[in-house]
Ligand binder design. Structure first.
Ligand code: NAG
Ligand code: NAG
Ligand code: NAG
Ligand code: NAG
Ligand code: NAG
Ligand code: NAG
Ligand code: NAG
Ligand code: NAG
Ligand code: NAG
Ligand code: NAG
Ligand code: NAG
Ligand code: NAG
Length: 664
């Protein structure tokens, strides 16, 4: 068949068209495998050490038989082939890099696909970092499935640095995981940052689902794929950790269920790591955080002790000198903003009403620092949260930003840690206020009688109480100076105690008697002692006259234990958590008899209004007896077992004492 005649111009045009077409074909022929990686690679930061490796090696794991299979699969997606099934992937699998999170919007009813290549899986592990001074130990660890793995992985990192060329460091270093040369532990984590909302129902949105496949036949795992070739894990409160033995390429899908009552999309982070989980939720009932005390607009919270004893002073100092590693997030319990997301660091950060201050810094609402208040002088991190509302409950979760000194891409554990959410309540009335940080009564950290009209802020109120106590301590010092002690052992009033024991016992007693622990007058707990009922509340109102008539002739009920509080603070009616009786017995036992200290006996006049008894009975799941039936400086809670807040021998000694009923 003769070709149509072409003019010279037409010929040139045709030639150039053919050349262009051939160029396009050549381009695709040479470069199509790149498209499988384009999405992920473009978003990689150049400083990530895996970046170059991935750029160099995308062909390394394609030089096998499955090259063709995978090529077809990716090409089909590249040219927009619609597989026409519910829950289909809307994008090519995004390549994940070790310890780099990918944040994605996931529309309802859709699956987002990701992959972690065999090349990344077998790359070198990240070098070991300094870590915290000692691993975090939860007291009530009911289950911490992955906590131990975090520790071992740190050891692994140590070792890996030394012998990176070992043909099989895994086998030797991770005996408990019994990972073999052909498989490696991969930690896949997903956290939800935002979720759809509803204005018709209060039900929480469904949780995202994570699908994982290692089959080259299922490169887009999701709800529509064969369940035999994939594993599904539903997020719990916005978090999932899937720990797997990976052998080659790993394919992942995040699926958002479709719920027509909800509007909006999900936003989630996914990360894969061969080192340790990038995001971490401490799956234990122990929140690692407890409320020391609260008032009507502030709360004081401590972490659990970071070490179990202070016998290693180096370790103690390392913890006390550290830049505070933890943060807290809180929300009013009336608000549902963090519900369903409370195990997710980015979920808390995005949705909590009271957002963590960065380590070492102060925000308008949270002041944080390290403290060793309490029995055993154990390091803890404290949080003083202000700007709260009266008579409210708050949900609160302890968290860590990244590994506490670095966060984000390329950091092992850079996605942050979250502990089990807990809650606290604020007091109703403003005549009790939390104080802490006193210089003399340094163990005082609780709510005390207050009046915002007379002491407008915490520091002025704390300074008042500290000075008043120190002033009274001066009288004791003078009396004690005239009592022989610290001479020779035989001349001492007691073989067991010396003058410094007496000083310490008096100080502890004086601080707790001189700085009463205060709570709402409206509280109905049976062990509380009503005080100052004859005074007006700070807002000027009095209790109703019927109550007043009853208290008129009772000094204990009508005034504070210490008259100077009524004169200077004028708190109005409050209830006192009485000092523990042990404080008085300890004082009598520790000081020379010549000083004349005596304690009222239980059952005798004056005891019930002056001292409280330590609780007997039930404890919560973490061994804490949370009902504080008596107070002493440094009490934070009682442990039913193990370290007792006051040494038990003090109680034993008390029973040998035959004391009068004189009230001190
Ligand atoms: C989600 O459900 C609604 C109503 O049932 C439907 O109109 C919509 O097409 C669904 N979306 C997807 C992505 O399946
Ligand atoms: C956190 O990660 C950074 C970067 O990897 C590292 O330099 C630092 O030592 C780590 N911090 C801790 C407490 O491990
Ligand atoms: C929720 O309320 C907004 C405005 O009040 C409205 O535009 C939206 O359609 C509502 N969504 C649902 C699911 O009812
Ligand atoms: C993948 O599919 C092929 C053909 O259907 C089958 O022969 C092979 O066993 C499958 N592989 C896996 C891992 O399921
Ligand atoms: C915590 O562990 C339990 C038991 O192993 C498991 O059922 C639950 O899903 C886990 N929670 C989270 C948030 O991973
Ligand atoms: C990994 O494989 C080992 C045996 O090779 C097994 O004991 C372990 O449970 C596996 N881990 C997971 C997470 O499947
Ligand atoms: C994965 O990579 C390792 C080391 O490069 C290699 O030995 C192994 O055969 C690869 N596996 C697959 C399934 O490609
Ligand atoms: C202190 O704690 C360490 C480990 O945390 C332990 O080995 C040691 O026995 C403890 N010392 C005392 C006196 O309890
Ligand atoms: C004390 O703690 C330091 C710092 O963590 C550690 O290097 C040292 O080995 C510990 N000493 C003992 C006796 O445990
Ligand atoms: C004054 O304060 C007390 C205690 O907080 C409260 O019970 C009372 O209702 C208040 N009175 C007025 C008029 O606000
Ligand atoms: C606290 O109140 C006192 C007045 O009692 C005032 O002098 C001081 O500046 C206040 N401090 C702060 C931090 O507001
Ligand atoms: C400390 O208390 C004493 C006795 O109440 C008082 O005289 C003195 O002025 C107070 N000092 C300060 C600085 O408040």
């Amino acid at each position: 068949m003769p070709l149509p005649k072409l003019s010279p111009l037409q010929s040139r045009l045709a030639a150039s068209l053919i050349a262009s077409a051939m160029l396009v074909i050549l381009y695709f022929a040479i470069s199509w495998p790149h498209f499988a990686y384009a999405a992920g690679v473009d978003s990689i930061r150049p400083e990530d050490h895996n970046h170059e490796r991935l750029l160099e090696r995308p062909y390394l794991d394609l030089d096998h038989e499955e090259l063709d299979l995978r090529g077809v699969s990716y090409e089909a997606e590249f040219i927009g082939f619609d597989r026409g099934i519910i829950g289909r992937a809307t994008t090519d699998p995004t390549a994940l890099i070790n310890n780099v999170a990918v944040t994605t919007n996931i529309p309802q009813g859709q699956v987002m696909s990701y992959m972690f290549t065999n090349a990344s899986l077998w790359a070198n592990k990240s070098p070991a970092t300094s870590g915290l001074p000692s691993p975090i130990q939860l007291q009530g660890r009911s289950f911490i499935p992955y906590g131990d793995d975090l520790d071992t992985s740190e050891e692994d990192e140590d070792e890996d640095e030394e012998d990176e060329d070992e043909q099989d460091p895994e086998l030797r270093l991770r005996p408990r995981q019994s990972t073999t040369a052909s498989q490696r532990t991969l930690y896949i984590t997903v956290t939800t940052c935002t979720q759809p909302s509803s204005n018709t129902t209060t039900e929480l949105p469904p949780q995202l689902q994570l699908y994982v496949s290692q089959s080259q036949n299922n490169t887009n795992p999701g709800p529509s794929q064969d369940s035999g070739s994939q594993t599904m894990m539903e997020l719990v409160n916005g978090y999932a950790l899937y720990e797997m033995n990976a052998t080659g390429d790993v394919f992942m899908g995040i699926y958002a269920k479709n719920d027509s009552t909800l509007s909006g999309t999900y936003n989630a982070q996914i990360a894969a790591s061969i080192d340790a989980p990038y995001h971490y939720y401490w799956n234990s009932s122990d929140p690692n955080l407890f409320t020391v005390d609260s008032d009507s607009n502030a709360a004081l919270l401590f972490t659990d002790p970071l070490i179990s004893n202070s016998s290693n002073t180096t370790l103690y100092e390392e913890w006390m000198d550290i830049i505070p590693p933890f943060q807290i997030f809180a929300s009013d319990t009336d608000s549902t903003s963090i519900m369903g997301l409370q195990n997710s660091y980015c979920g808390l950060q995005t949705n909590a009403q009271i957002v963590a201050s960065r380590a070492g810094q102060t925000s308008t609402q949270i002041v944080t620092g390290m403290t060793d208040i309490g029995s055993g002088t154990l390091p803890k991190q404290q949080f003083y949260v202000t700007g709260l509302s009266a008579g409210k409950s708050y949900n609160v979760a302890l968290a860590m930003n990244g590994n506490s000194t670095a966060s984000g891409d390329g950091v092992v554990g850079g996605g942050g840690q979250v502990f089990h959410m807990t809650s606290f309540s604020t007091l109703q009335s403003d005549n009790c206020a939390v104080i802490y940080g006193l210089s003399f009564c340094d163990q005082v950290a609780y709510s005390v009688p207050a009046n915002p009209n007379n002491f407008p802020n915490m520091s002025s109120l704390a300074a008042y109480y500290d000075n008043a106590t120190l002033y009274n301590y001066g009288f004791f010092e003078k009396a004690r100076a005239q009592t022989p002690c610290d001479t020779t052992a035989s001349a001492q009033y007691s073989l067991a105690r010396n003058c410094s024991d007496c000083d310490a016992a008096y100080k502890q007693w004086l601080c707790s008697v001189g700085i009463p622990r205060c709570t709402d007058f409206s509280s109905t707990l049976s062990w509380l002692q009503p005080r100052a009922q004859g005074q007006p509340f700070p807002n000027g109102t009095f209790l109703d006259p019927a109550t007043l008539a009853y208290v008129n002739n009772s000094a204990a009920l009508n005034g504070s234990r210490n008259a100077s509080i009524d004169q200077n603070v004028v708190p109005g009616p409050y209830k006192e958590v009485l000092p523990c009786e042990d404080l008085c017995y300890n004082l009598v036992q520790s000081c020379p008899a010549a000083l004349g200290f005596e304690c009222p006996q239980p059952g005798n006049i004056g005891f019930n209004e002056s001292y409280g008894l330590k609780p007997i009975g039930g404890a919560d799941i973490n061994g804490r007896i949370t009902n504080l039936t008596c107070n002493f400086p440094g009490v934070v809670y009682y442990l039913s077992t193990g370290s007792q807040a006051l040494p038990s021998h003090i109680l034993a000694i008390a029973s040998f004492l035959a004391l009068g009923s004189l009230l001190i």
